[in-house]
Design a binder for this molecule. Structure first.
Ligand code: APR
Length: 263
């Protein structure tokens, strides 16, 4: 077996041991946990920001321009947020952590609801950047599910409008320039601070305030594990960094946790 393989195996065993001995495990995920479900991430080559201009995704632009709203809707269509995307082994491994009674929360930057679909209890999933399940009318405050909106759409690529008053429908996603949901961020900050193990999966850790959370965890005394394909600014702070596929690595870690727990 090559040196690299041996090193990864040792790291996987180390993380599994940390999980077995931990009481409060907080998992923190980004778009990299969903790429193996077919949803592109943002900053990898070919990612969303290589095809769409992040400037278009500020709340100001969204409110001001019908064209931008159409582009945004097309991103969500193209980003596979509506196709039959399924949770992948990385999501299933995180759901497995909960079923082992180890998980205090899944703090996610993703809006795809795949953690809940993989089996994590909704109350444990803290969606820092909101989700796509609901849309609100900015004029009459009407609230619609995504399914209702899509069913009512004549032209799939047109940005939907409120069927009551024709107002702008905005998904409950946090746009650049908008504040994160206060209660969710507060809860995530609190749980990061008391975690004894903080596992980052599939995030470049460059967008704040979400990216403060691994630091709060370290300051609170947690061990920090990063499972990510590329480097992150937190790698030097982490106790264990495993580079590679989230699906494969997380599946192997959970298999090891179960094996250790049996002895
Ligand atoms: N396995 C492991 N890591 C992966 C995989 C995979 N299959 N696929 C991608 N990655 C890694 C990439 O190496 C990258 O470092 O996941 C990371 C994804 O980083 P980003 O694309 O920056 O996504 P994220 O960190 O979630 O972005 C944060 O930025 O644009 C905003 O609101 C948006 O929530 C998003 C936020």
């Amino acid at each position: 077996m090559g040196e690299a393989m041996k090193e990864i195996n040792e790291k996987i065993y180390e993380v599994a041991r940390l999980i077995v001995h931990a009481n409060r495990v907080a998992v923190f995920t980004g778009a990299g946990v969903s790429t193996e479900s077919g949803i592109p991430d943002f900053r990898s080559p070919g990612g969303i920001w290589s095809r769409f201009d992040p400037e278009d995704f500020t709340i100001e632009r969204f409110l001001r321009s019908k064209e931008v709203r159409k582009k945004h809707w097309q991103l969500l269509l193209e980003g596979g947020f509506f196709d039959q995307v399924e949770p992948n082994p990385a999501h299933l491994a995180v759901a497995n952590l909960e079923s082992l009674g180890k998980l205090s929360c899944v703090i996610t930057q993703n809006i795809d609801s795949l953690h809940q679909r993989a089996g994590n209890s909704p109350e444990l999933v803290l969606e820092l950047h909101g989700n796509m399940r609901w849309l609100n009318c900015l004029s009459c405050r009407g609230r619609y599910s995504l399914e209702e909106v899509r069913a009512g759409q004549r032209e799939a690529t047109e940005a939907p409008a409120c069927e009551q008053c024709g107002g702008i429908l905005k998904p409950e996603v946090v746009f650049f320039g908008e504040a994160l949901p206060e209660h969710t961020l507060k809860k995530a900050t609190e749980l990061a601070g008391i975690a004894d193990l903080f596992i980052v999966i599939g995030s470049s850790l460059v967008v704040y305030p979400a990216a403060y959370l691994p630091m709060y965890a370290k300051e609170g005394g947690a061990k920090l594990v990063i499972v990510n394909r590329d480097e992150t600014p937190y790698d030097s702070l982490a106790d264990v960094v495993i580079s590679g596929s989230a699906g494969e690595i997380m599946t192997r870690i959970l298999r090891e946790v179960i094996a250790i727990s049996r002895h």
